[in-house]
Design a protein around this ligand. Structure first.
Ligand code: SF4
Length: 490
């Protein structure tokens, strides 16, 4: 067997094209990441930039470097000819033919692309979206602001997108000069605003459907994080808590898995005894109920399973919900008890334990109907997701209930837990916003609570997401200055 090198893996992951410089020096390897960095830094002759079909292009913002599935840059702002600047996504490739070769023509994630950028023209077929919309194409090779080999020398793709002090927002200078206490207070304030906004949303749900349905729907939505929120929401509507409450867990599980479209065929030949028995138990319930949901039940296609860790598969989450609703099904009294428990510092942990403690005899050791039993039990709802539910559902619900029931102590208790809660798992949006606001030197202790993280996300939603001016007309830098000037002195 021939040896395989790490460099071979790299070449498979990020194919590169060897470019021969005009000066005769060694060829330079050009990767798609380099092309993306050129676009991100706009190393282009910006006056006179044109699409392949001759339209003038003015790039107000190259967009945000996207580290998730979908186009390379989100929310770019681009004007074509004399039209008003448009907001949309940008996809960057080495060659123009790559749009088709990478299958974007059929991929709905690329529906909002407004410009296809290629380093080199190769392949004549125009790029189109899944809806058949033809995309303007910009070929960079003849419009670079320096020879490609010089750009290769000056750009280190390993620094992108976060190890850079460029691409920070216009709010970075005022935040840089603010004291750590001011920044912490500003983020906590924004975090509390987010908590209260979530409480207002839940208040409406509670008024419409009652506290238990509101909590159940919100927990289901949180368990759908992040690509399955919609089917989870739909499931919570099709199977309201009133339909599931007080059912033995197996019955609730059969209904949830049946309506979700996850139940396997009744005959599961070849699977182990425990699986055959479990599937039979579920079908014993489901065959009597399925007519009730004819035409409404979800299909497996409604769910996005690609990229999920097996422990996070939605059927395991639904088994957890079935346990949550079985016996003593009401969740609010349990949350209220945890909020009032002693000692105070343990309250957040008690709230999380309502979810991490859930077990199911079959699913605690299985990832799917096809998998072998695991030697060790695996939590149905892991600690990170449970904390997420505490911060995003249980505490906002407590604030909402506190207001509705005129119990200010409940609101205070929830807000206190919120401001002291350890940070949730970081994600691309938190890192992105932290970089925009603070550059590469994010003060180390800055995001040490969930409230401050949430504050960062709130600023992103209130300001960055609404900005179409590459920060030029954003009011946040001025507001940050005002916030600092109003802070009490030392
Ligand atoms: S849009 Fe506003 S808040 Fe966002 S990075 Fe720019 S200046 Fe900062």
């Amino acid at each position: 067997m021939s040896a395989v090198s790490y460099e071979q893996f790299q070449a498979e992951l990020a194919p590169c094209v060897l470019h021969e410089p005009a000066d005769g020096y060694a060829p330079v390897p050009v990767t798609e990441r380099l092309a993306q960095a050129i676009w991100f830094d706009q190393r282009l002759k910006r006056d006179g930039l044109q699409t392949a079909d001759g339209r003038r292009v003015r790039v107000v913002s190259p967009g945000w470097w996207n580290l998730e599935a979908g186009p390379d840059f989100r929310r770019a702002v681009i004007a074509f000819d004399d039209t008003k600047p448009r907001l949309g996504d940008v996809e960057v490739h080495l060659h123009s033919a790559d749009w088709h070769q990478h299958g974007h023509t059929r991929d709905r994630l690329y529906d909002d692309v407004i410009l296809h950028v290629a380093l080199w023209q190769r392949g004549g077929q125009p790029a189109t979206t899944a809806a058949g919309r033809a995309l303007p194409q910009l070929v960079m090779a003849d419009q670079l602001d320096a020879p490609l080999d010089e750009l290769y020398d000056s750009i280190d793709p390993g620094n992108y997108p976060y190890d850079l002090d460029s691409h920070v927002g216009a709010c970075e200078p005022p935040l840089k000069s603010a004291s750590p206490e001011t920044i912490a207070a500003l983020l906590e304030d924004a975090g509390l605003a987010r908590l209260r906004a979530k409480a207002r949303r839940l208040t409406r749900w509670i008024q419409r459907a009652g506290i238990e349905q509101a909590l159940y729907a919100a927990v289901m939505e949180a368990l759908g994080f992040k690509h399955n929120k919609e089917p989870m929401r739909r499931l919570a509507e099709l199977l309201p808590v009133a339909r599931l409450r007080e059912l033995p867990a197996t019955q609730a599980q059969a209904l949830l898995l049946g309506v979700a479209g996850f139940l396997p065929e009744r005959t599961v030949a070849g699977r182990d005894d425990a699986t055959r028995r479990h599937v039979k138990r579920l079908w014993d319930v489901w065959w009597k109920a399925r007519d009730e949901f004819a035409g409404a039940a979800l299909s497996r296609d409604a769910w996005r399973l690609a990229g999920l860790r097996p422990a996070n598969f939605p059927w395991r989450r639904l088994a957890a919900v079935a346990q949550l609703l079985a016996e003593h099904w009401e969740l609010w009294p349990k949350i209220a008890a945890a909020l009032a428990s002693q000692p105070e510092p343990k309250r957040a942990a008690r709230l999380a334990a309502l979810f991490t403690d859930l077990e199911d005899t079959y699913w605690s050791r299985r990832f799917s109907f096809a998998s072998k039993p695991q030697p060790e039990a695996e939590l149905l709802i892991g600690a990170a997701r449970a904390c997420d539910i505490v911060v995003n559902v249980s505490l906002p619900a407590a604030v909402a209930q506190g207001r509705l029931l005129d119990q200010p102590a409940l609101v205070q208790s929830a807000e206190k837990i919120f401001t002291g809660h350890p940070p949730l798992e970081s994600n691309a949006l938190v890192r992105f916003t932290a970089h925009r606001l603070f550059g590469q030197r994010v003060p180390p202790r800055l995001l040490r609570t969930a409230a401050r993280q949430q504050g960062l996300l709130q600023i992103f939603h209130d300001f960055c997401l609404n900005d179409r001016s590459a920060c030029q007309r954003c009011r946040f830098p001025e507001m940050a200055r005002q916030f600092e000037s109003r802070q009490p002195g030392p």
